[in-house]
Design a protein around this ligand. Structure first.
Ligand code: HEM
Length: 381
């Protein structure tokens, strides 16, 4: 850790709370001794994916993480199935926009329906485009998950979901994530069916981040102009769109969809100021760091450029977490969401409709209710 980095972080230590440098320690020393399989998370995710990597410990965690990384192509900015995925995004977005042009408006619910069609085609293949029961089941069980220990697990519904996913893995269309999963070599205890619900569940926030980014572009003319410059000059077939990827990251910085990153110590951990016992819960509250105007340039503005230089690197901006447990789907998310933004802004004018109003000369609010948001859409001249 560089000196300047260290100094900056320590400057904000307060009371018994942990500061920026400590975030780095916790995330880089995961999964041991800072395990992501905290008691709260195990209780929440047990409702629909009891053997998922995120709540696994020991050797099976290593096996499940390796499988996730392989299928999601975690280290590659352009997933090896991008040639299939990007046209799926384009097709579904154009279908959505054709409807929006007829009414002049694009509400969140319609965007979400289209986004889930993309998700089902990417995860299972074209045959699952309209298989809404797959995503509905997970949405239902995830709602139970919010109650964690307080609600009994619906074992029959969970078994139905996992069986259904197992059947999908057996018939997955070539060129889908499920087909890659089915063909991948697997270590003992990989439990492939339990790894898939996390994908379905986690694509939901990717849709939210995209819709919020569209709202930002609709209200920030300089960012929209830069986005359009990138789309108009693109020669990568929408696979490499750094500014649009940065716009999604900025949307996730401003309104993190995983605001709380949870850990639990698996052994006592010595800190500068004392000993943290085994079994201690640790919470990294991302919005606290993401909006700290003492450490960040333009903390409450849209400033996608921050993700294109290393100036803010020392500060923990962690929408996808960081370290060995970092979200293995992050680069796939950025590929698909930036392609979705490109499909919309390339050929369409956007204006804010109903819902919370954003403006380029006003600090952005700390939360953004996307449920009530509508965008006005017209053809770009
Ligand atoms: C905007 C969308 C998403 C965000 C903001 C996000 C963020 C995160 C975060 C914060 C974690 C927790 C890491 C930790 O505890 O340190 C995580 C874990 C994970 N995410 Fe994502 N995620 C997103 C979408 C996805 C998608 C679409 C997939 C799969 C297709 C995915 C797969 C996973 C997996 C498998 C884990 C568990 C990793 C592990 O335990 O090693 N995520 N994600």
């Amino acid at each position: 850790m560089s000196k300047a980095r260290h100094a900056g972080w320590r400057a904000v230590r307060r009371g018994a709370g942990l500061a920026g440098g400590d975030v780095d320690t916790v995330l880089s020393r995961s999964p041991e001794p800072f395990s992501p399989a905290s008691s709260e998370k195990r209780a929440a995710l047990a409702h629909f994916e009891p053997h998922n990597v995120l709540i696994s410990r020991g050797p099976v965690r290593t096996v499940r993480r390796a499988l996730q990384e392989q299928v999601l192509d975690s280290e590659h900015p352009v997933h090896h199935l991008a040639d299939r995925f990007v046209p799926v995004v384009e097709e579904e977005m154009q279908h959505l926009l054709a409807g929006a042009l007829r009414t002049g408006s694009l509400p969140w619910e319609e965007f979400l329906d289209a986004w889930y069609r993309v998700v089902r085609r990417v995860v299972f293949g074209d045959h699952a485009r309209d298989a809404t029961e797959l995503t509905d089941l997970i949405i239902r069980l995830r709602r139970d998950g919010n109650w964690a220990f307080l609600k009994p697990v619906r074992r029959r519904t969970r078994a139905r979901l996992l069986q259904r996913i197992g059947a999908e893995l057996a018939i997955a269309d070539p060129g889908s994530l499920a087909a890659v999963m089915a063909a991948a070599p697997k270590g003992d205890g990989a439990e492939p069916s339990d790894q898939v619900p996390q994908w379905l569940f986690a694509f939901d926030p990717a849709g939210m981040a995209t819709f919020r980014a569209l709202t930002v572009l609709a209200t920030h003319p300089a960012a929209l102009a830069e986005a359009r410059r990138e789309v108009d000059g693109d020669t990568s077939g929408r696979r490499v769109l750094p500014y649009l990827r940065a716009t999604i990251l900025e949307s996730l910085r401003l309104w993190p969809t995983t605001p709380m990153i949870l850990r639990q110590t698996t052994q006592p951990v010595q800190w500068e100021h004392g000993l943290m016992p085994e079994g201690c819960g640790v919470l990294v509250f991302a919005p606290y760091f993401h909006r700290d105007e003492r450490a960040l340039r333009r903390a409450h503005d849209v400033f996608p450029e921050r993700w294109l230089t290393d100036e803010d690197d020392p500060w923990p901006l962690v929408p996808f977490s960081d370290g060995p447990v970092v979200c293995p789907g992050r680069l796939l998310v950025l590929l698909l969401t930036s392609a979705a933004l490109a499909s919309v802004v390339g050929g369409h004018e956007l204006a804010p409709g109903s819902g919370p109003q954003l403006a380029s000369d006003t600090p952005l609010p700390g939360t953004l209710d996307h449920y009530s948001m509508t965008l006005e859409v017209s053809k770009r001249p």
